[in-house]
Structure formats: C-alpha cells, structure tokens
Design a protein around this ligand. Sequence first.
Ligand code: AMP
Length: 503
Amino acid sequence: MCGVIGVVSHSPVNQLIYDALLLLQHRGQDAAGIATDNGNAFSMHKANGLVRDVFRTRNMRSLPGNAGVGQVRYPTAGSSSEDEAQPFYVNAPFGIIMAHNGNLTNWEQLKIEMFKNDRRHINTTSDSEVLLNVLAHEIQEATTGYSLDPAALFKAVSVLHKRVRGSYAVTAQIAGYGLLAFRDPWGIRPLCIGFNETDAGTEYLIASESVALEGLGFRFLRDVLPGEAIFIDIDGKLYNQQCAENPSLNPCAFEYVYFARPDSVIDGASVYATRLKMGEYLAEKIRREIPLGDIDVVMPIPDSSRPAAMELAHRLGIEYREGLIKNRYIGRTFIMPGQNTRRKSVRQKLNTIGSEFKGKNVLLVDDSIVRGTTSREIVQMARDAGAKKVLFASAAPPVKFPNVYGIDMPTRDELIAHGRTEEEVCREITADALIYQDLDALKRAISDVNPALKSLEASCFDGVYVTGDISRDYLDRIEFARHNSKAEELARSQLNLNLAQVD
Ligand code: AMP
C-alpha cells in the first residue's frame, strides 16, 4: 500500500505536495518522493525514509514548478531498494513522471511483452515501472505529432486497462501538459479529487485519501470512479472520461479495517463510521458467545482499533479503559530477523498501565490479526501486568489468504489463521478466548455507511480475487519468490551483522 498525490496549481507546489505526503504518511513509511514540473523540466527528489527525513530545505528549493506528483511507499518484500522509490520517470513520449498505489498481478508477463513487442527495457523489479512504460507506450500509440490532447490520453488509458491487471491508483504528470490520474476498473485502491479557488484560478489536488485534501484547505470534489481517467491541463481545466468497458466498484475492505486514517472518507463511506459499525457488530457477536460477566474492561490496542473498541464497550455497557500506551515517537522499528528482536520492538512501541490490568478480566480489541506475533506478545504483556483473564477480539474476520493488491500479506504460511481453526489461533496467541468478526458483518459495517458499496475486495478474508486472474499456481509462485527474497534479506542482514562485528 502506498499514498499518491498529484497537483495542478498556479503557484509553486513543492510545499503543498510535502504537506500532503505528511498527511498520507500512514500509508507508507518506507520511502518518499516528489517530482515537480516547471513547464520546461521535471525536478525530482526521492529516497528511503519518512517524509520528514527525506526532504531537507535544499531538496525543497530544488523542486520548482506549479504542478507535480508525490508518493509515500509502503514496505513490501523485494521493493525496498532506493532505486524503486517513486515517482518513476520516462522521457518519451513528452516526458512522464508517475506515482502508483497498488500492485499489478500480470506485471511479469507485461515486462516480457514490453521487451518483445514494445522494445522497452524495464530496469527494476517494480511493477510501477512496468505500468509507467505501458502508459508511455499507449500514449505514444495514441498520438501523432507534437501535440497532446485529452482524447488521446483517454484512448491510451482505455488500452492500458485492457492490458493491465491488478490494482492501480495513479497520478502522472506529463511534462508541460498537465496531470493525468486514473483508477483501475475494479476500484480497488482509493483516489479522490479536491479543488481550491484562488485568485489565479482553480487548483486541483488528487490524493489517495480525502484527509490530504481537507488538511490542506481543499474542498472534496469527488472520488475518481473505477476505470475513469481525469486530466487537468496546466491551466487548471479538468477533463474526464470513463475508460473501462465494465467498471465495477470493489474498494479494499482492509482500507476501512486498518490502513486509512479514520478522518478520511473513501468511496462515500467515512472510515471512522465504518469502524464504529465494526464495533457494534462485534459487540452483538460477543453478546451471543461470551457471558458478559466474564469481562471487566474493554481495551483497544492502539491506534486503529480505538473506534471499534469504544463502540463495542458502549454497546455492551462495559467499561472502556486505555491500558496500552503507544510511543508516538518511535518512528520506524527495523524489521530484524529473530523472535527476540521482534518481541522487543512490540514492547518498545507499547507499554502497559499496570493498574488497568491487575486482577481484571480484560477484553483486548484489535483491528485485525495478521501474523499473530503482535497479538501473542500483547496477550503476554497483559498477563505480565496482572490480568486475571485475557480475552481477545478482532474487528476483522480471520486473515486467511494472501493479498495480491498491494497489502503486505503475501504468504499463506505467515498468516496465523491460514489452516487453523479459531480455537487453534486462540491457543497460538495464548488468549483465554478469541472472537473474530464475521465476514458478513464486516461487509455490512461498510455498506451500512454507504449502501452503494455492494461489493468489496475482501480476498484476504474470503480468497475471492476480483480481478479473476489469481490461480493457485500464481499464489505458489509469489510465495516461492517471497521465501527466496526473505532468505536473501536474512543472509544480507547476517552479513552486515558480521561486518559490523569485524569493525
Ligand atoms: P500481527 O497479527 O502480529 O501481524 O499484527 C497485526 C496488527 O498489525 C494488526 O492489528 C494491524 O494493526 C497491523 N497490520 C495491519 N496490516 C498489516 C500487515 N499487512 N502486516 C502485518 N501487520 C499488519
């Protein structure tokens, strides 16, 4: 998962894109980049790290121009190299710079096709570089001569939709022409448009989440529709066209569960309101399954589960308490091999308030259980703090299947609920009881807030992949690749450790 930004303004946009990326920082902490267009040339700065660490004053000064794009990257295996930080640039046709959120499921085939048919070389293992080159190729095919008009861009996006599979929400700046943005025909990853009236004319901001618009004083215009392309020329004129033949809206359920900020509205549903609903439905299930006298307090595992936990406590009439405090200043905890270091990193991030646990039956609420390592550690912390019983509730159903659309849940054997019953998961995380949200209830929690959301991309819960191209063989292949890259990563970190000892 990543966050993308695209802006067309009438004044310099470097600070605006920086501020927008800060508002999307939760969508990716691995790398950040900004590219601006001053009408003659692109300027770009990108590197691994948090937004505040990647950009210094000198970098900001070297980003002139009234239009541009930005990206924050979410860490996934195999793409942590600085070379793969975004935006990506291609010089022909016209000069295009692109930021992408999502994951292409056929990028390997496209890479071969690009080489054989389009004579384009892809220099990284990034699916975003492939996507940019497909876009560049199709713009090249759709245009003749020096000029570019929106109709040609829309034609290019229409062909791109036919060639590409998977999830993609894209902002692309075309040198001297304007900003192109589009969303995959399944509407998996979010993208929305905001505007701001200035003395010089309307300026537009396109972002992964509405929080980036509102936080910068822009007014929300609307979501980009699945399959739709938007083009804003450098004078600030907006054009749009549906470019997919059979678009359908299937937003990723995990955005509502965990990823998005609660103050965002995605595809017409307030993320906060959906999380309250998740709490409401989870409370109903708990009422059916657990004697309420067994629970003294309800406690969130900060931060994403807070609205669900609060509503759950309210519905059950049980006291809501904060007993786990998160260190806000920890920044990144580096993913180190070995259970001991992982354990240390959970304990660095969270600390217990002993008095909230001592002698009590505590119901811990988390947004989801993925690998189960955090949950197991937190259950132990609660016991160490003196809890009598530790019950655990997940606002999402069991995560059983890999996500191939941009969330880092790629291998089945890493998912604690894969191939295990709920009782077995409960034993694994050493809780006294475990209650998962039902999938149907999760879907209702989201569609109650916006009834137009009839279909959701919920593959990590139900194994149904909306793009229709995910076979068992495909999953085996990405798992194999994942295991290999993990082994490489481990060998590399071991080597670094040994070198550090030699120093
Ligand atoms: P764990 O079960 O130890 O993997 O930790 C799960 C917690 O990590 C959840 O409560 C989420 O807050 C968070 N999380 C969300 N997405 C992911 C992900 N892709 N991989 C790992 N943890 C995630």
